[in-house]
Design a protein around this ligand. Structure first.
Ligand code: SF4
Ligand code: SF4
Length: 346
């Protein structure tokens, strides 16, 4: 029996969240339907946990906030101050696609000789408790076409998989951070053996997750093919309906573009960054007014080429994990899965 695989009853999950509170800031999905969101858990609201569906916003905000101060300079004295880091943080109920998305963000913020110190501090402090999808939450999910899967463990410190009878979760503690969670849950008396020995009465194997609803074929040579199609007239067709609203970027677990600015806040010049989006018309506008991506055709092409070609060239990964959010939420019905399929035909 693997000592790092245990069983936890679903009825014990509020207690499992509560057992983490002394050591971590804890976040978990709470709310209903469109309001489902990663929510700060305290002793009072641990029962609000909701494990059906996927929050509209991925948990990337805990690593890469919508807006954050990078440093402040006292205007009178010139003294520089740095913001405090939040400390150990555990996120419970992260879906495998979103954990896969964080592994992609790690490339952008931590690799190739560049380390973003604000991101690195949060990432070091973050423990990901991932919940495999026992049901596929949305028609637009296609994670198993993009190198992940409904029970994918990339990025996970703990992977929870529903048992055959649905009453409990098999918990695999995969990393040192995961084993720290295990110690807290064990001390609270929440874990039992999985009964991997089929002769024991407690035998309760994990249920094999179903495949995604949306199956697409991602060509092995997609990055090179789609980059070579830079001048293809299809980019203009794809972009016709785009409203330039930025929804696709903001709901995406892997988009990481930001803008930098500064502001006088109470006598301190605060340098801050906030999310930006390559679909906005002024995203690529330069000093002097020149814009190398003047129309939505160039902007949409850049978004898809960055995700499907340029990021792959630099990091050997596709910057789309198939969560399906941008397909489901685009008000104009634009569909990255269709672009991936098209790229394979070039
Ligand atoms: S969500 Fe759709 S309409 Fe809005 S910017 Fe993205 S592709 Fe364009
Ligand atoms: S591009 Fe769309 S489907 Fe892919 S990870 Fe981002 S939001 Fe999800």
């Amino acid at each position: 029996m693997d000592k790092n695989t245990k069983l936890i009853q679903k009825t014990a999950l509020p207690d499992a969240l509560a057992a983490l509170l002394p050591d971590y800031r804890v976040f978990a999905p709470a709310g209903e339907n469109e309001r489902l969101a990663f929510t700060r858990i305290d002793a009072q609201n641990a029962f609000a946990l909701c494990l059906s569906g996927t929050p509209l916003m991925p948990p990337k905000e805990l690593l890469f906030p919508r807006s954050e101060t990078l440093y402040g300079t006292d205007i009178k004295t010139g003294d520089v101050s740095l913001p405090q880091t939040a400390g150990p943080t555990a996120v419970f109920g992260v879906r495998p696609c979103d954990a896969h998305g964080i592994a992609n963000l790690d490339c952008a913020f931590l690799e190739k000789g560049y380390v973003d110190s604000a991101y690195a501090a949060r990432r070091e402090a973050l423990t990901l408790i991932v919940l495999a999808c026992a049901q596929i939450p949305y028609e637009t999910c296609f994670c198993d076409s993009m190198g992940g899967g409904p029970a994918g463990s990339e990025g996970a410190d703990v992977l929870l998989t529903e048992t055959e009878d649905g009453s409990a979760l098999v918990a695999a503690f995969l990393t040192g951070k995961g084993r720290a969670v295990k110690a807290l849950w064990a001390a609270a008396g929440l874990l039992s053996d999985t009964g991997a020995d089929a002769t024991t009465k407690s035998a309760n194997p994990a249920k094999a997750p179903p495949p995604c609803n949306l199956r697409i074929s991602k060509d092995k040579g997609l990055a090179a093919k789609i980059a070579a199609a830079f001048d293809d007239p299809m980019w203009a067709r794809f972009s016709e309906a785009c409203l330039g609203c930025g929804t696709c970027s903001f709901v995406c677990p892997t988009c990481y573009c930001f803008d930098l600015d500064s502001e006088n806040r109470g006598g301190t010049a605060e340098e801050f960054r906030c999310w930006d989006c390559c679909m906005f018309s002024d995203y690529s506008r330069m000093a002097g007014g020149h814009n190398p991506r003047p129309t939505k055709k160039e902007r949409l092409r850049n978004r898809y080429l960055h995700k499907l070609a340029y990021f792959d060239e630099r990091y050997g990964r596709t910057l789309c994990v198939g969560c399906g959010r941008c397909i489901g939420k685009c008000p104009a019905g634009l569909d990255i899965a269709a672009v991936i399929e098209w790229g394979g035909t070039l």
